[in-house]
Design a protein around this ligand. Structure first.
Ligand SMILES: *[C@@H]1O[C@H](CO)[C@@H](O)[C@H](O)[C@H]1NC(C)=O
Ligand SMILES: *[C@@H]1O[C@H](CO)[C@@H](O)[C@H](O)[C@H]1NC(C)=O
Ligand SMILES: *[C@@H]1O[C@H](CO)[C@@H](O)[C@H](O)[C@H]1NC(C)=O
Ligand SMILES: *[C@@H]1O[C@H](CO)[C@@H](O)[C@H](O)[C@H]1NC(C)=O
Ligand SMILES: *[C@@H]1O[C@H](CO)[C@@H](O)[C@H](O)[C@H]1NC(C)=O
Length: 398
């Protein structure tokens, strides 16, 4: 049995104008399960705070609840410390936030549950939400689930079936938070904006290879009980990096706002991925991993874990457009640098047939720089030869 809704914290609106608006648009309750966990601490509370702050003009009022496994008298102070560290958006001075929510007269618009808990707890929580936490008629229910969605095809299917008995499909939001990264979320937009120029080069005649790289310097100490069951392929390759790969290679939708069209085009790329053979992947482990596993899992010295902490995979897409174009996906823990990027490297011979020493013979590339590394900020970089032709989005830099 999972203790439910133990920590509790409310943010409320106090401006009268906003309050009036809120009457029209209704009240939204946000419940974060795993409210004191790593993800919640690092991203969720700050994100929700900004949602709250920015959405005042949208007219919704919000209350936020944190739920976790620890008893309320223990978790409330922890939650309070997390919330105290939140950064106030400059538009909304903290004085404007009252601790008590005046709910009289507010109509509930919806309820959002964010499950920041291990996947094995999803089904039971979803069942609880269905049996006792559904909002009154007329209000919506949304349940957000983070990856990993199971640990293999079968467990993912089982989980989907179980969740389906408690929640309707439109009530479930399966989230890959990596897609929210600024530059990742700009890939399709960039391709759209530059369609005229990119269309003729976005194929096997021009592309030498595609690289999608996420290198981390951190190890997994302290998280081994979780990590050892998943490893780098399940943790980042099959979700984050594969999603980036589809954004780079999928057929552009006619309208970016048409989520059905985006989904269909993504699925087309997935189904065109050729199966991998053994010689298309290299896996590895950082040196001290075995020792850390033995320590954290209380195993003896002869215990061997085969979980990879590094993987490099060579994929191909079975479409004429990308025939034989190598697509490399690389990720690992405890590597030489922390960096995330996707790079489209173009063939040299297209541009530099005559003079190998000319400026035209430098590598031609487009780099979607997700963050960290030497640049330190997210950006879209293009080789000089393209720079007067390609339009860079707001976040983009040369
Ligand atoms: C929290 O409450 C439980 C049960 O009511 C009690 O046993 C425990 O001592 C309390 N802990 C703190 C830190 O107050
Ligand atoms: C708030 O800002 C400070 C200083 O810029 C930073 O150190 C801290 O991590 C931020 N807190 C959150 C929750 O983002
Ligand atoms: C939710 O619970 C109700 C009542 O227990 C049940 O009839 C229904 O099938 C469950 N699932 C969904 C998706 O509503
Ligand atoms: C897509 O949605 C955005 C934001 O709502 C809007 O600014 C844009 O005009 C829409 N584009 C199309 C093609 O409908
Ligand atoms: C390993 O042993 C320590 C100390 O005895 C204990 O606190 C910890 O929960 C154990 N870990 C596992 C995974 O069994």
């Amino acid at each position: 049995m999972l203790p439910f809704l133990l920590g509790l914290f409310l943010l409320s609106l106090c401006s009268t104008a906003a309050q009036d608006e809120a009457h029209k648009r209704g009240h939204v309750s946000v419940v974060v399960l795993g409210g004191t966990g790593d993800l919640a601490r690092k991203y969720l509370w700050q994100g929700f705070f900004e949602l709250y702050a920015n959405k005042i003009s949208s007219g919704h009022s919000f209350s936020f609840y944190g739920g976790g496994l620890s008893p309320a008298n223990k978790s409330t102070p922890v939650l309070y410390e997390i919330l105290k560290a939140l950064n106030c958006s400059k538009d909304v001075p903290k004085e404007r936030i009252q601790k008590q929510l005046k709910q009289e007269g507010l109509v509930e618009a919806g309820r959002l549950f964010y499950l920041s808990v291990p996947a094995f707890a999803y089904a039971e929580i979803a069942d609880r939400i269905n049996s006792s936490c559904r909002p009154p008629k007329g209000a919506w229910l949304r349940v957000v689930l983070e990856k990993p969605f199971g640990h293999d095809f079968r467990s993912a299917q089982e989980l989907a079936t179980k969740l389906g008995t408690s929640l309707k499909d439109e009530e479930m939001y399966r989230i890959d938070h990596y897609l929210g990264k600024q530059v990742v979320s700009n890939i399709l937009q960039f391709r759209m904006q530059n369609k005229k120029h990119l269309d003729s080069m976005w194929n096997k005649y021009f592309i030498e290879r595609v690289e999608i790289v996420l290198k981390e310097t951190l190890d997994v100490k302290g998280r081994i009980a979780f990590y050892d069951q998943y490893g780098v392929i399940r943790d980042v390759l099959q979700n984050h990096l594969t999603e980036v790969m589809t954004l780079l290679t999928m057929r552009l939708p006619l309208n970016l706002n048409n989520s059905q069209e985006v989904l269909t085009n993504k699925l087309n790329i997935f189904t065109s991925l050729l199966p991998l053979s053994k010689n298309q992947a290299v896996i590895g482990q950082y040196q001290t991993y075995q020792k850390e596993v033995q320590q954290e899992l209380n195993k003896t010295k002869d215990h061997v874990s085969l979980t990879p902490t590094f993987a490099a995979v060579l994929a191909h897409i079975d479409e004429t457009q990308y025939e034989d174009v190598p697509i490399l996906m690389i990720s690992g823990k405890q590597l030489d640098e922390r960096v995330g990027y996707a790079r489209i490297l173009f063939k040299d011979n297209v541009f530099c047939l005559q003079n190998k020493n000319s400026v035209h013979c430098k590598p031609k590339q487009i780099i979607f720089y997700f963050g960290h590394g030497s640049l330190k900020y997210p950006a879209i970089l293009v080789s000089k030869i393209f720079s007067n032709r390609l339009l860079l989005t707001a976040s983009g830099k040369k």
